[in-house]
Write a protein that binds this ligand. Structure first.
Ligand code: NAD
Ligand code: ZN
Length: 353
């Protein structure tokens, strides 16, 4: 029997850049021929959603905007061209809501680089609502036995850090520093790194995040960026030979670590930039970059295959990162805590509350 779809739904709406977010009723959208309508059950809150609210990036959002791009839910209707997603399927709505599928990048499975992307919670309405539209070709497939609250953060944070670790080229047994380890991306990055056989140094601040990284997430060492007197030395000293990590995964929301990583990464090592602090620039000393032969690169979400793989790691029970569930109505509280750097792990919104 076809599910009943209401005409109206609760959503968190941004009317103007800078906010606030307004919890109110809006119409339920209708999917186009190549789209599905997903009853979002849970949505993670990513720092990208806060960047969108604050207007941090040189790319304007649509307005009014429903944010959110870590949505896990159930397909309740589909356009007439959709044949391979069924009503009742569990799916994830990701940052990349849709892409053209015909440009050079889409052809070679680099669809995040498509010049005409649809971005959930940025250029199209996202997952901070009960019913969300997504292009059928791009929804992530979630096995029915996987809990929808726990998988939500994987749909952006998990996929992104898994891809970033692959892009780093680091091999099992080697060391990786996760910078911003206590946040949403960072906590999942430690779990993926461990599952991939890597050894981890967590970098963040505060006793709560330190404890979480060392006792729960698998870091073997923790460097507190706020209290360390010499961060570069401390990170290098965390590896047994003192030469520093083979790779650095930058998921911090401040510029400074983007200007330190090249100094402590091991010769031949790779610095992977993922975090997107407002107005930030990368900096690296030319002398050391040359004589250490280091690589500095960016990494941006993941393609559909990366997404499927990241979900499979989770489904196999290898990924356990902390999250707290609160109602969709409490999004502003989550943003306030995130702005202050007070969130250890991820907040997940229950759209029914
Ligand atoms: P978050 O707020 O959950 O976590 C950020 C963490 O960085 C916090 O724990 C904070 O304490 C820590 N931090 C701040 N300054 C630091 C410093 N100097 N050194 C080390 N740690 C520091 O944020 P999140 O949701 O994990 O997102 C992180 C960033 O990644 C955001 O900028 C977001 O937009 C970006 N992002 C990028 C992609 C991509 O595809 N490249 C995808 C998703 C998110
Ligand atoms: Zn995100």
């Amino acid at each position: 029997m076809a599910p009943t779809i209401p005409k109206e739904q609760w959503a968190q709406v941004i009317e103007k850049t800078g906010g606030p977010v307004d919890y109110k009723k809006i119409p339920v959208p209708t999917p186009a021929s190549d789209e599905v309508l997903v009853n979002i059950k849970f949505s993670g809150v990513c720092h990208t959603d806060l960047h969108a609210l604050n207007g941090d990036w040189p790319l304007p959002t649509k307005l009014p905007l429903v944010g959110g791009h870590e949505g896990a839910g159930v397909v309740v209707s589909r356009g007439e061209l959709v044949k391979d997603v069924e009503i009742g399927d569990h799916v994830g709505v990701k940052w990349l809501n849709g892409s053209c599928l015909s440009c050079e990048f889409c052809q070679q499975s680099d669809e995040p680089l498509c010049p005409k992307p649809l971005l959930s919670g940025y250029t199209v309405d996202g997952t901070f609502q009960e019913y969300c539209i997504a292009k059928a070709a791009h929804v992530a497939r979630i096995p029915k036995e996987v809990p929808l609250d726990a998988i939500a953060p994987v749909l952006c944070a998990g996929i992104t850090v898994y891809k970033g670790l692959k892009e780093s080229g680091v091999k099992p047994g080697q060391w990786v520093a996760i910078v911003g380890a206590g946040g949403g991306l960072g906590s999942l990055a430690q779990q993926y790194a461990r599952a991939m056989g890597l050894r981890v140094i967590g970098i963040d601040t505060g006793d709560a995040k330190k404890k979480m990284c060392l006792e729960q997430l698998g870091s073997e060492a923790f460097v507190d960026f706020a209290t360390s007197k010499n961060l570069v030395k401390d990170v290098q000293a965390a590896t047994p030979d003192g030469l520093g990590p083979h790779a650095v995964i930058l998921v911090a929301v401040n510029e400074k670590p983007f200007q330190q990583a090249a100094e402590y990464v091991r010769p031949r090592g790779t610095v992977v930039c993922i975090g997107l602090p407002a107005g930030a620039y990368l900096r690296a000393p030319v002398f050391e970059s040359v004589i250490k032969m280091i690589t500095i690169k960016g990494s941006y979400v993941g393609n559909r295959k990366d997404s499927a793989e990241a979900i499979e790691f989770f489904a196999r029970g290898l990924i356990k990162a902390p999250f707290q569930v609160v109602g969709l109505s409490e999004l502003q509280m989550v943003y306030d805590k995130m702005q202050k750097g007070e969130i250890a792990g991820r907040y997940v919104l229950d759209t029914s509350k």
